[in-house]
Write a protein that binds this ligand. Structure first.
Ligand code: ARG
Length: 270
């Protein structure tokens, strides 16, 4: 099944990038973004550099994924970024910096991973990683608990590839993408039924050009919610390539899983 193939290839690309010290995986040629000091051009794919402190909840995970600080001890990421549920002390979370080489970065090891029950590569693409020590100096990102904010314009961010097939990024990139309805996203012009409407939410431009990409997986898609505060509506999950025409990014629909995420978080000690 095509959808499954996409997800697997993506996971392999991510793990390869992590194993090789976050370098490029060879793939389709894509426009090259220049990224000289202070002059970001393309990135996330089609984004710009995030300012230090702009998205304090952003987490970089050592297997080559993103995440969001859900609570002082828990990072919300994608199920496809982890291997399963259980004790896991092998993941390093990097927080508090846009520059992964910054000497002010916070690094914390994991001590447990909870992967969405029933995860089999189709939907349910969420997981919680528990940190070995709490991070109390950074703002967390609340998750959407109903579908109110599952529309409009979203922000995406991460250290993933800035072009399809490109290398991982040292500096966090961000971009804005519009909501794409399930019916449009599942139309024959786009994903032709591969999107699971309950579990997934699409975002991107029909013309392409702006998207998350390999290595952004697990990171949050968010927007302004109540009282101007940011709220997480998505988790980077999959797409056909990156930023291609008629291939929006597909994100875990956080509101649909909000109760399950909250229960799991409580079971992990909050
Ligand atoms: N699954 C990818 C990862 O592991 C993210 C893919 C997102 N792709 C997209 N076109 N939005 O990093």
């Amino acid at each position: 099944m095509a959808r499954w193939r996409i997800l697997v290839s993506v996971a392999v690309a991510t793990l390869t990038a992590a194993a090789m010290g976050a370098t490029a995986s060879p793939a389709a040629a894509a426009p090259t973004g220049s990224d000289d000091f202070g002059a970001p051009t393309t990135n996330v794919v089609g984004g710009t550099r995030a300012a230090q402190g702009e998205f304090p909840f952003m987490v970089r995970l050592s297997m080559g994924c993103g995440g969001a600080l859900y609570s002082s001890k828990l990072v919300l990421t994608a199920a496809h970024c982890v291997n399963g549920t259980g004790t896991n002390t092998s993941i390093t979370a990097t927080l508090g910096v846009v520059d992964l080489n910054s000497s002010s970065k916070i690094t914390v090891k994991s001590n447990y991973v909870y992967r969405a029950p029933g995860y089999n590569g189709n939907g349910k693409d969420w997981a919680l990683i528990r940190l070995a020590s709490p991070v109390t100096t950074l703002a967390t990102l609340p998750i959407a608990t109903n579908s109110t904010y599952d529309t409009g314009t979203f922000t995406i961010a991460g250290w993933g590839a800035a072009t399809e097939g490109g290398g991982q990024q040292r500096y966090m990139l961000k971009a804005s993408v519009p909501f794409v309805s399930d019916s449009t996203c599942n139309s024959s012009a786009m994903y032709g039924g591969e999107v699971i409407p309950t579990d997934e939410i699409c975002a991107g431009y029909a013309a392409g050009g702006t998207d998350t990409c390999q290595g952004d997986s697990g990171g949050p898609m968010f927007r302004t919610g109540a009282n101007g505060a940011l709220v997480q509506v998505g988790i980077v999950s999959w797409g056909d390539g990156c930023a291609r025409r008629n291939k929006p990014g597909v994100y875990t629909q956080v509101s649909y899983f909000s109760s399950a995420i909250a229960s799991a978080a409580a079971s992990l000690g909050g």
